[in-house]
Design a protein around this ligand. Sequence first.
Ligand SMILES: O=P(O)(O)OC[C@H]1O[C@H](OP(=O)(O)OP(=O)(O)O)[C@H](O)[C@@H]1O
Ligand SMILES: NC(=O)CC[C@H](N)C(=O)O
Ligand code: SF4
Ligand SMILES: [Mg+2]
Length: 466
Amino acid sequence: MEGFNLEEDKLKEECGVFGIYSNEIDEEISHLTYYGLYALQHRGQESCGISVKNGEEIKCHKDIGLVSDVFSKENLQDLKGNISIGHVRYSTAGGAGRVNAQPLVSTFKLGSISIAHNGNLVNADVVRELLEETGCIFQTSVDTEVIINLIARSYKKGVERSIVDALKFVKGSYAMLLMAENKLIGARDPNGIRPLCLGRMGEKYILSSESCALDSIGAEFIRDVEPGEIVIIDEEGVRTIKFAEKTGCATCSFEYIYFARPDSVIDGVNVYESRIKAGEILYKESPVEADVVIGVPDSGVPAAIGYSKASGIPYAMGIIKNKYIGRTFISPTQEMRERDVSVKLNVLKVNVEGKRVIIIDDSIVRGTTSKRLVNILRKAGAKEVHFRVSSPPVKFPCYFGIDTPYRNELIGAFSSLEDVRERIGADTLEYLSINGLLKSLGKDKGYCLGCFSGEYPVSTPSEDFR
Ligand SMILES: O=P(O)(O)OC[C@H]1O[C@H](OP(=O)(O)OP(=O)(O)O)[C@H](O)[C@@H]1O
Ligand SMILES: NC(=O)CC[C@H](N)C(=O)O
Ligand code: SF4
Ligand SMILES: [Mg+2]
């Protein structure tokens, strides 16, 4: 396997996809996609786009920025058709430019095609090099573009077979939407690492990264797309192709811990409930005497409620989050992350002053958030600060689309529990165990735990230490 360098790391992001199929040209379709993307904004905030198919023509509007910035009434009205796909994108430092915004649109022998992808293809560079050697031209530096080229080069008849053919060559994670011919097509990688679900709204079918986006437009949830499944939606209805022989399901456990919205249900597991359970189990594993339990908003709050419920120690709001600021864990530089955290979180002094405080967050990645929070809690007069984390220590990078960085940036990678405790300045520090995490998800297998255990569902590029 090839070495892996930092430049390539810049392509590993998390994104959200949302698509609609209607039998008829529908005025509403781009607006509904816009609302769907709005509900998925937490999955990526760098760029976004919508493409709409009207017969042979595909119109696309995409740009750098949030959904609310990129789209206006006018440009949505201009996107008329019967199929749409939309994308919200996040990247680390590089590759975030307009040119790499999705959906990608191309023309090939079967007509026009558009693709939107959440995930990361671990062999994209190798496949790209091979394609380039045989004369393929690439317009972007996104891994996703290799799929379009593989589809275009396939000798198989029709777009469905070409997609099956193309997917044989790529490895990694993908929840992806395509539109070609008169079809909306969704594909989920053989391990189902990234989520994708199917919904319905009257006669329209919808594919979405998360079920919360179905709720946001008043659609009903039908089911999750299965690992290794391609869903084809056209005038005949919904069909399915299983393109991969049975491989173990390995849904990303970090989706439940942090990434997904709490009002989503992924592969039958309610994200909010799994966070509450993680908090309850965390108490059973690591109890401590204290006066109050507080949660780090947003994603640490349900686990704090669970910890409080299990321990009987009252829950209070101890940290206030500025509503108008995005996620810091996914900010591109450490300097930006530190600045964001200070603007973002403040202590509610009245609830912590003179008290022994248990503070719960869903994860510690670089340690930026936890260190600052312990510091401001002490400044606000907390007598003791006990940090509890509702996931195991993040020790390894993710190769499948979440920005857990290289190991020397991960505070938990090489340090002992005691070292981390000292660095963040807490009186005590405990994490949820891997077993506890699995218990909170209700099954002892079926999840990727790569960033905690270093064991990944797909072979990964060899690590390059900085
Ligand atoms: O150890 P760190 O590198 O600071 O990263 C961990 C923090 O980042 C995430 O929060 P984030 O602020 O991104 O989003 P949230 O508001 O949804 O919790 C996560 O929930 C932790 O709080
Ligand atoms: N990482 C994501 O989920 C986005 C898809 C793709 N890897 C991109 O770079 O745009
Ligand atoms: S390595 Fe971690 S973040 Fe990446 S897919 Fe696996 S569980 Fe999710
Ligand atoms: Mg957080």
